[in-house]
Ligand binder design. Structure first.
Ligand SMILES: [Zn+2]
Ligand SMILES: [Zn+2]
Length: 321
């Protein structure tokens, strides 16, 4: 019996997943396409770096820190935003998602739970709650003040492969690591107010203060830039710029993404910023947001991530830490 057992074991090779450390047995000849049984990410012999003491200052985009510093320079803004979210939304947000979405646990969507764990251990973030919500719009977001939650739309999971899904989850964990969540939550509230989808009777005095201090415009302008920092966080987790690029292509191309040429898409990303300075982009985004469109957004994001890789900063960080 014993010899029979060892014979069957020798047919496969043991390979530890570089992302989640799960031990996998891979059949001879099936190596190239093998994925981890736990996190479903591709197996390989490449190392995967986990950052022990990464600080946000090491990767946040300068446009993000500049816009956020300007926002925080307004006296009382943090307290007012905190209060606003408490009175208007935080408990409602939690109730809404725990009642209408499926919570990700080691037993429910175990591979998504494993991917969340990979992103959190790589960046050094405590695990937040994560939910999957039935929604065809390809999207994900992070909210909350005292307790953070990540929400993934079902449309996103249907569209993206496992590596791209990791990139999106890592981007969301990046928002937590970069301490964006209070401001992002406030930005979403302001967006909801602007669209008239939310009534804010309890918070109206605070809203008046925030609007009079010019906060809502500053918040929305910052929120676009915050995305750039978190794309970098996503790259620090996937550790493959092309996974980020292909994720952006999926986001840009929607249902026709499979027909888009990836190299041409990258080329478009590189071209995008050449003629535009930040001032122009500000106006551009204002127009886009006003028109209710976000479509060209991924092109801008891919151009920024390529810039960061080309600058050598990404490679420095991977070597240093
Ligand atoms: Zn794994
Ligand atoms: Zn984001």
């Amino acid at each position: 019996m014993a010899s029979k057992k060892s014979t069957s074991a020798s047919k496969g090779k043991s390979l530890r997943c570089r992302f989640c450390a799960q031990k996998n047995t891979v059949r001879e000849g099936a190596r190239a396409k093998a994925v981890c049984g736990k996190c479903k990410l591709p197996l390989s012999d490449e190392p995967h770096k986990k950052f022990a003491d990464l600080t946000k200052h090491e990767y946040v985009h300068p446009a993000d820190s500049k816009a956020l510093a300007a926002l925080r320079a307004v006296p009382g803004v943090d307290t007012a935003l905190r209060k606003l979210i408490q009175v208007t939304g935080e408990s409602a947000i939690r109730v809404m998602f725990s009642a209408s979405s499926v919570k990700v646990t080691p037993k429910q969507f175990p591979d998504l739970h494993a991917k969340l764990q990979v992103a959190c251990t790589t960046l050094g973030v405590d695990m937040p709650d994560m939910f999957v919500q039935q929604n065809p719009i390809v999207n994900a977001f992070t909210m909350g003040v005292d307790k953070h939650i990540i929400v993934l739309h079902s449309g996103l999971l249907e569209r993206l492969n496992d590596e791209e899904t990791l990139a999106v989850i890592a981007h969301e964990v990046g928002h937590i690591h970069a301490e964006h969540v209070l401001y992002l939550t406030a930005a979403r509230l302001f967006e909801a107010l602007a669209k008239g989808t939310m009534m804010v009777v309890p918070g109206s005095e605070i809203i008046k203060f925030l609007i009079s201090a010019g906060i809502s415009g500053a918040l929305l302008a910052w929120a676009r830039r915050a995305e750039l920092s978190c794309d970098r966080a996503a790259l620090l987790v996937t550790q493959d710029p092309h996974v980020i690029g292909r994720t952006m292509m999926q986001l840009a191309g929607g249902t026709v993404a499979s027909k888009i040429d990836y190299d041409q898409f990258l080329e478009q990303g590189r071209e995008f910023k050449k003629d535009y300075d930040d001032k122009f982009l500000d106006k551009f985004w204002a127009d886009i947001i006003n028109a209710g469109q976000t479509h060209p957004f991924p092109i801008w994001r891919v151009s920024e991530i390529l810039d960061w890789v080309d600058s050598g900063q990404y490679a420095d960080l991977m070597e240093k830490k």
